[in-house]
Design a binder for this molecule. Sequence first.
Ligand code: NI
Length: 185
Amino acid sequence: MAVLPILTVEKPADEALLRQKSKRVSRLDGGLQRLIDDLIDTVHANDGLGLAAPQVGRLLRICVVELPTDYDDPLAGQTLVLCNPEIVRLSEETWEPSEGCLSVPRYWAHILRAMRCTVKARDRQWKEFRVKGEGLLAQVLQHEIDHLNGVLFYDHLPSLDLLRPVEEKPPRQTRAASVAAVPGA
Ligand code: NI
């Protein structure tokens, strides 16, 4: 298990990779199980809420999502491993939470997201499952699946002028509040 370097848009070669569409996985061999362990180690080391394989340079449809233990969600603290995730339902109701990304250091923005989503995926035992997310969980699921399609959070902005530097981040109070304010995923 290892903490892997995260690709960022600050390097043109990294950005070119982050912009590619990732390939579906047909099965999980030992190498891909190690990749999943490394994704989990890497998201923990970076205090993130999620990480997608292309963010470590592997163009595969695998991502991990984990809400902080103290966040008010039934799945808080659980590590979700999603292989070949697909959004099967998005609510019409939307919100505009603040959002960041481990591959876009030092910036955040308010992003229009569906309030709820249902995602179908396979877990690391290759069993199919569905997860319904609301609020932050729905936001992180949408963000990670975007990564698998080469989409970055600021692509949803009508103008890049709406991208804010981290210095403008709302003041930190509790960890849950700060994570919810600007999730890096
Ligand atoms: Ni991200």
